[in-house]
Design a protein. Sequence first.
Length: 303
Amino acid sequence: MLKRRLIFHRWGSVHGKPDFDPRDVAARLEAAIANDGDFAIFDAGDAVTAVEVVEVGVGDAPTNLRLFALRGADNRPFKWDSAGSVSPISLRDHEYPADVSHVSLWPDGICAHDYAKEVPRISRLSLFMRRKMNSHVKFDALYREDMLDKLKAMKGQMRSVEVAMTQRHADASGGVFGTLVPESFGRKAPSIRFNLGMGRYGPRDRYLDGETEEQVFALAEQADDFVSNMIIRGRNRNSERVETINLLHERLQVETQFRQSSSVPSMPDPGEVFLALDQAYKDFQRDGKLASAVQGQKMRGKG
C-alpha cells in the first residue's frame, strides 16, 4: 500500500487575464496532444513537466489530469550494484524517469491532488498552463477554519518561524523566497532551512517586526508551492500563552492509502486515486468544510 495526502486548493483566474476554464483548456490540450504527443511536455530548463488529460469533466464531475515531473537527459539517475558498478539506466529518446500527481479540478473552483515525497507540486501545473496553453490559473492554499483564528490571535506577537523550503524553479517561488533569503544565497543553495525569531532566552516582550511577519503570512499563502515545513510560534492574545502552529498540518487535507498500480508498483492505482479525490471532495462538501475553509490570502486580509 502507498500512502498519499489528498490536498485541497481553490483554483481561480488571474487578474487581468482571460477567465480560466479547466474544461476548455483540458479539451484543447487533449486535442493538441493527439496531434503531437510531444506537446504534453514543457522543458523549463531546470524542470521538465508533462501533463496528461485523463478526463474532461461533464456536469458536476471534475476534470482529471495527471501531472508529471520528468528528469531531462542531463538529470537522469544511474544504477549501481553491490560490485561497485555504476552505469546509466537505459531509456529511449522519448522516455523519462517520472513522478506523478493526480489532479482533479471541479467546476466550482475547488482543486485537489495527491501528494507524497518527490511528487510534483501544483505550481508546475500553473506554469505548464501558462507557457504551453497561454492560460493563466492560480491555486490558493486552503486551511482549516480554526487556523485563521489561531494566527489572528498571534498577530503582532509572533515570536519565531521555522521554515524549510526549496526553490523548485523561479516562476514557482516568486518574490517571497528572495525577500527572506538573499537572492544570491538562494541561487547557491536552493534548499534551505532556517529559523527566524527572538531566541529562547530573548526578552519575552519582543516579537518579529511587521515586515517579517507579513512575509511569514505570504509564505503561508504559497506553502504548497515550495515550503516543506513551517512552524510558527507566538503569544496568543486571548490565552496569553505561547502557542505553536505547524502550518502544513493545518491544510485542508486527508491522508489515505492506495493499492499499487499493477504495471508500476511505485505508483498508486490511478483509478483509485481519482475516486478517492472525488469522495474526499464530496465528504468535505457535505460536512461544510469546503465552505468554511480559509484561503491563504485571507490570512493577510486580502481574500
